[in-house]
Design a protein around this ligand. Structure first.
Ligand code: C2E
Ligand code: MG
Ligand code: MG
Length: 408
């Protein structure tokens, strides 16, 4: 039997719907958006979710936005309200709602809609099962990227970076997420290389840049939370003279302090077009933005390259961190990168800090900042500010130690 979740703050309606649907479907009910979110994440998956639009507390629109982050994409969502379907559809993100229904809904129409929703759920499940991301062929990805509606399908998560000694949040890395309407979540590891082979990477980088810079102004001026933000830039774009213009425009349109924007360039940088790359880099530095070498240690960046490219920060690849506590070779590499950073006056960041032993090892080496699941996974923008609040609460006891305060 197919599982259905109904969210409505009117208990009379909730009971009525349950009575009507209970014979044909397995029905769960929630009388608020927050209870709905709880049931979605704890009791899911559901084939369809029916939510009231106008609820006390969390509105249906808010519920819908948040439900998209906890329910699988295959789940079909329907909205109900005392309004005509056109007005309803206009006030909400159409693509994410399977059907709009105006109340009172006739029993037959209701059951019909649910059956349609469940059939669509089954079809989506079947497609998702056939196409694990690893089998996604490049040609399909290329077409899907070209067709993608960025604002609908892409989002940005932000993963915090903390100061190694004090634990204070210093910055965040913007990481793109793609929820394809039919195939669901597609990892950047799968689609970034495809985008890099064509022109999609430019539009995508432009979109992330602007989104990340706008998020920064929101944290800074609306929440009074001071963080640097970094954006990944494919090495291929460094040879594209339009990159400087893109960054300049994102800075001026968003109002971000350019000193607080960092661009992470993967070390795989093939310096084919040395002159162009140097020109782009000096253009970027003239804007005041910072540059980092990402995944350091996995490519061929040499010390002299670090100096000549005028970078500000090195991010050490997580592969060195993972085994460092028990692997002498990885320890030696980490130690030398840390030294190198100090000698050249670069900030050092270690990625992939997952457990306490990683944290203490990296801290003792004198690496400046840490990023990894131990502190937080990448978070949607609206969860980042609460995370920062919690982090400061957690640190408040340690921060009473003056030695730690100095290095914060
Ligand atoms: P990256 O820039 O090195 O990003 C770090 C990746 O490590 C992220 O994966 C992050 O979720 C993951 N990670 C963070 N902490 C941990 C940890 O403690 N343990 C483990 N095992 N993994 C951790 P994600 O988001 O899947 O991104 C993968 C790569 O895709 C990124 O690697 C970056 O190279 C690329 N990418 C992501 N977003 C963008 C973008 O907007 N533009 C470009 N050009 N590339 C992007
Ligand atoms: Mg990165
Ligand atoms: Mg990295």
């Amino acid at each position: 039997m197919r599982r259905v979740l109904i969210v409505d703050d009117d208990s009379f309606i909730l009971e009525g719907m349950k009575r009507v649907l209970g014979q044909s479907f397995e029905v769960e009910t929630a009388d608020s958006g927050s209870e709905g979110l709880y049931k979605l994440s704890e009791l899911g998956p559901f084939a369809t979710v029916i939510s009231d639009m106008n609820m006390r507390g969390m509105t249906g629109v808010e519920f819908l936005e948040r439900a998209r982050t906890v329910a699988p994409l295959t789940t079909r969502v329907m909205m109900t309200a005392y309004a005509d379907p056109e007005t309803l559809a206009a006030s909400i993100n159409r693509a994410s709602v399977f059907r709009f229904l105006n109340k009172p809904v006739a029993r037959r129409e209701f059951v019909q809609c649910l059956n349609d929703g469940i059939a669509a759920y089954d079809a989506a499940l079947a497609t998702a099962a056939q196409t694990a991301p690893s089998d996604m062929d490049a040609a399909w990805l290329e077409k899907a990227l070209a067709r993608a509606d960025f604002d609908e399908e892409f989002s940005i998560n932000f993963q915090p970076r903390v100061a190694s000694v004090s634990g204070v949040p210093h910055g965040v890395e913007a990481l793109i997420r793609w929820h394809h309407p039919e195939r669901g979540f597609i990892s950047p590891v799968d689609f970034i290389p495809v985008a890099e082979r064509g022109t999609a990477i430019r539009d995508l980088t432009n979109w992330v840049l602007l989104g990340a810079c706008r998020a920064w102004t929101d944290w800074q001026y609306r929440h009074d939370v001071e963080l640097a933000v970094s954006v990944n830039v494919s090495p291929a774009l460094l040879a594209d003279s339009r990159l400087v213009g893109m960054v300049r425009s994102a800075v001026s349109r968003s109002g971000i302090d350019p000193n607080r924007l960092e661009l992470e360039i993967t070390e795989g940088l093939e310096v084919q077009d040395g002159h162009k790359i140097r020109e782009t880099i000096s253009g970027l530095k003239a804007l005041g933005v910072k540059l980092s070498i990402d995944d350091f240690g996995t490519g061929f960046a040499s010390m002299s390259q670090l100096q000549s490219l005028d970078v500000d920060c090195v991010k050490i690849d997580r592969s060195f961190v993972t085994n460092a506590p028990n692997n002498a070779k990885d320890q030696a590499i980490l130690r030398s990168v840390s030294e190198l950073g100090r000698t050249l006056g670069l900030k050092t960041v270690a990625e992939g800090i997952e457990v306490e032993s990683h944290e203490s090892f990296i801290r003792d080496l004198g690496i400046d900042e840490m990023q990894g699941y131990r502190f937080s996974k990448p978070l949607p923008s609206d969860q980042l500010i609460p995370w920062v609040g919690e982090r400061y609460k957690l640190l408040s006891t340690t921060l009473s130690n003056p030695r730690l305060l100095e290095s914060a």
